[in-house]
Design a protein around this ligand. Structure first.
Ligand SMILES: CC(C)(COP(=O)(O)OP(=O)(O)OC[C@H]1O[C@@H](n2cnc3c(N)ncnc32)[C@H](O)[C@@H]1OP(=O)(O)O)[C@@H](O)C(=O)NCCC(=O)NCCS
Length: 180
């Protein structure tokens, strides 16, 4: 018998207020210091300097991510996927759309902080060309953990474009987007 997936394909779309309930549910499961509904809503009120996306399976939010933009660089503020859907390429889809969004906004350099023990996220970021750039000691003071600072450079170069293309091709399925 052929197994048929009942789950809708994942689509990456701009984050809207209507998504925030699902976003906060995932945030609470994945972040030791979860952002509140109000904090996310505040981010959405700053579209000129923020770019937030959600991963939707049908109308269900299964992941989200965002960047804060300045004229010179961008900062990945968060990327998270519903634990029930880890290792299905959703984090890769979110990051691909975020990095593409940075390129479209003429950003060359992107940075982020990640817990030093969060090897899974570091692997995801490494695939997108992020390399360690330093340590912020005790950045996560509530859990007594350092942050690894990572940077990706030259996003607008041909080689970075090829890297993104290869990651998207590697998904084995098209990168579906709706409005971003
Ligand atoms: C990090 C996170 C967003 C990854 O999402 P995901 O949808 O599972 O990621 P993908 O399926 O696209 O994985 C892409 C690649 O990243 C790496 N990776 C992801 N999770 C990993 C893990 N737990 N261990 C090792 N490598 C991992 C692998 O190289 C993986 O490719 P592979 O599955 O072909 O081996 C997800 O684990 C998550 O939500 N974690 C909690 C929140 C978090 O830590 N966010 C980062 C904050 S800085």
């Amino acid at each position: 018998m052929i197994a048929v997936s009942t789950e809708a394909p994942v689509v990456i779309a701009p984050m809207r207020r209507r998504h925030l309930r699902g976003v906060v549910q995932i945030e609470q499961q994945t972040n030791h210091r979860p952002w509140s509904h109000g904090l996310f809503a505040g981010e959405l009120r700053m579209p000129s300097s923020r770019f937030y996306v959600v991963a939707l399976s049908g109308s269900v939010v299964v992941g989200f991510g965002g960047v804060m933009l300045t004229t010179a660089e961008a900062h990945v503020t968060n990327v998270a996927v519903d634990p029930a859907h880890h290792r299905q390429g959703i984090g890769t889809r979110l990051m691909a759309v975020l990095m593409r969004g940075c390129i479209e906004r003429d950003i060359d350099d992107v940075t982020l902080e990640v817990r030093v023990s969060n090897r899974g996220a570091q692997e995801l970021y490494r695939g997108f060309g992020f390399a360690p750039g330093g340590i912020r000691p005790n950045y996560y003071a509530d859990i007594g953990e350092d942050a690894l600072i990572m940077w990706a450079h030259d996003l607008r170069s041909a080689s970075y474009g090829q890297r993104l293309d290869a990651l998207i091709t590697g998904l084995g399925d098209e990168l579906r987007t709706d409005g971003c």
